[in-house]
Design a protein around this ligand. Structure first.
Ligand code: ZN
Ligand code: ZN
Length: 295
């Protein structure tokens, strides 16, 4: 198994200088759960370099409360140094730890060329592409009352459609390698009567872009109470030959490799025999042997 989605710092906590000791403990915890390789994929928005490039992306949102909430959230997060992060993960690789260098990149409409230009200056192995926000609305931030209140005033079908469109646009940019938590829009537990069209479109976005899709245990820790993606969307990915990664989306050591055996069981049930791994943003497959061993 892989854990290809890991953060160093919990939301709501300030970043600390990354250390080799921190990464060693992640690798030990992962290995104990049968995970053979991990990707560090901190949020791009946690870094000052992103602040210079992207601050204010939310300005066009018509909702002042959401704009204020996002401005505060952004300021709380955009403080770490990308160069320090990259140096630390590369040092772990040099030490022989089973680590690859990644980043979780949000979709910034009309600004992905600038994002790609920034990231091209670093030796990333894998870039996750994510949609956590629609305009200034953090639809998955279940701890934020301003964001969650929106679920009472918005149309759920429209929210899912807007999310799906953003994921399609993100995939079409070619800026990233893996569609992270592909149905994150369900995080707060709100689902449309008929999600099939969104599932079809998300599967098509992954297939036509050549991106891999992520199978993540993080949804079990949210009101959604199921893995990302839901079984019918995972089946669509498999049917269309979309490569898969597995992930915990841990934001701290106790969640590293969380429920990897349950993810392995899901894959096994669908006959998935390989997972996708990356080096220098080039894909390669790892065998189902490791997958069965982790189950
Ligand atoms: Zn995410
Ligand atoms: Zn994440």
């Amino acid at each position: 198994m892989l854990d290809y989605h890991l953060h160093l710092w919990p939301h709501g906590e300030r970043d600390r200088a990354p250390t080799l000791e921190h990464l060693r403990s992640y690798c030990e915890h992962a290995a104990a759960a049968g995970v053979t390789e991990i990707a560090l994929t901190e949020h791009l928005f946690r870094f000052r370099q992103a602040d210079h490039l992207l601050r204010g992306f939310w300005r066009d949102d018509p909702d002042a409360a959401l704009r204020d909430s996002m401005a505060g959230y952004w300021s709380d997060h955009a403080r770490a140094d990308l160069d320090d992060y990259v140096r630390c993960v590369l040092a772990a690789k040099d030490e022989g730890l089973p680590v690859v260098l990644g980043l979780e990149v949000d979709y910034y409409r009309d600004r992905m060329d600038e994002v790609s230009a920034l990231l091209a200056g670093y030796p990333f192995d894998v870039l996750l592409g994510s949609v956590h926000w629609l305009g200034a609305w953090r639809f998955d931030d279940v701890r934020d009352e301003v964001s969650m209140a929106q679920w009472s005033v918005r149309d759920v079908d429209a929210a899912w459609a807007d999310y799906t469109t953003a994921m399609e646009e993100l995939a079409a940019t070619g800026a990233c390698d893996v569609l992270a938590h592909p149905d994150l829009i369900k995080a707060a537990g709100r689902r449309p009567q008929a999600p099939d069209e969104c599932w079809d479109r998300l599967a098509e976005a992954a297939a036509s872009s050549g991106m891999a899709a992520e199978l993540s245990s993080a949804g079990w820790r949210k009101p959604a109470q199921e893995a990302y993606p839901a079984d019918p969307l995972l089946a669509r990915f498999v049917d269309r030959g979309v490569a898969l990664t597995t992930a915990s989306d841990a934001h701290g050591l106790p969640e590293v490799a969380d429920r990897s055996a349950d993810l392995a069981a899901m894959l096994h049930g669908l006959g998935v025999e390989t997972l996708r791994a990356f080096r220098s943003r080039e894909p390669h497959d790892v065998s189902a042997g490791a997958l069965v061993a982790g189950s």
